[in-house]
Design a protein around this ligand. Structure first.
Ligand code: CA
Length: 232
């Protein structure tokens, strides 16, 4: 696997050095830019795998840069983690609203930073191509977005599709509503756990006969089972 490149946009050399050393030790290739202008030069040269972006920078602020890069086709899909001395809830929301994938307040431990980087890269990792998930008579094709039951196509909404894809790739395991929100909706979406129930209901309806494969586990959450007696 190729070494992931992390573009570090940070104006304080001591912090940049500390982060760079840790990134290098953990198998990343850090590239340091002092400000937005220098960072843009790097991006124009090669799009990094992830951007670590300080909020308080000379010239254009990290917040503006995040908005700009998020809107640009070249960097639209590049994960951004904001670094900042600010720790207020409103700052956090502002940071995430600007398009950042995550937010980490200084001072932070490098261990925590690395964990966040890995988590963001995992979330952004593209799905393997042409993967068909199969459970008895039910199949889900992650490349064509098709779901078939007994060779007949089913119509699923995008959220129901993602939910089913997650459940089928982790069949026989119980997931709490919170875990499903985290895995299917992403952790920075502030929605109620009840939303999960609504989508599970819709998913079951869309699955028709196969809806029984999505089981409610009382007091715990939901489980997808390929072992349902109806299909054995
Ligand atoms: Ca700074």
């Amino acid at each position: 696997m190729k070494t992931p490149t992390v573009l570090l946009v940070e104006d304080e050399p001591a912090i940049a050095e500390l982060i760079s050393v840790n990134l290098r030790h953990s198998g990343f290739r850090p590239i340091w830019a002092m400000d937005g202008v220098a960072a843009q030069v790097e991006i124009d040269d090669a799009v990094p795998d992830l951007i670590l972006l300080d909020w308080m920078l000379p010239g254009e602020s990290g917040l503006n840069l995040a908005k700009k890069w998020r809107a640009h086709p070249r960097t639209k899909a590049t994960p951004i983690i904001m670094l900042t001395a600010r720790g207020e809830e409103s700052d956090r929301v502002q940071g995430l609203d600007s398009g950042a994938d995550d937010y980490i307040a200084k001072p932070f431990s490098t261990k925590e930073l690395l964990a966040r980087i890995r988590a963001v890269l995992r979330r952004r990792a593209p799905e393997p191509e042409e993967k068909v998930l199969q459970a008895g008579p039910l199949s889900l094709d992650t490349a064509t977005y098709r779901v078939n039951f007994q060779d007949k196509p089913l119509k699923l909404g995008p959220t129901e599709f993602k939910l089913l894809q997650f459940l089928m790739s982790h069949a026989e395991r119980v997931h709490t509503r919170g875990q499903l929100l985290d895995k299917v909706w992403g952790d920075h979406v502030y929605i109620e756990e009840r939303t999960v129930d609504v989508h599970v209901k819709r998913l079951r309806e869309a699955l028709g006969e196969a809806g029984v494969m999505v089981e409610t586990v009382r007091g715990a959450g939901y489980r997808f089972t390929a072992q349902h007696p109806a299909f054995h």
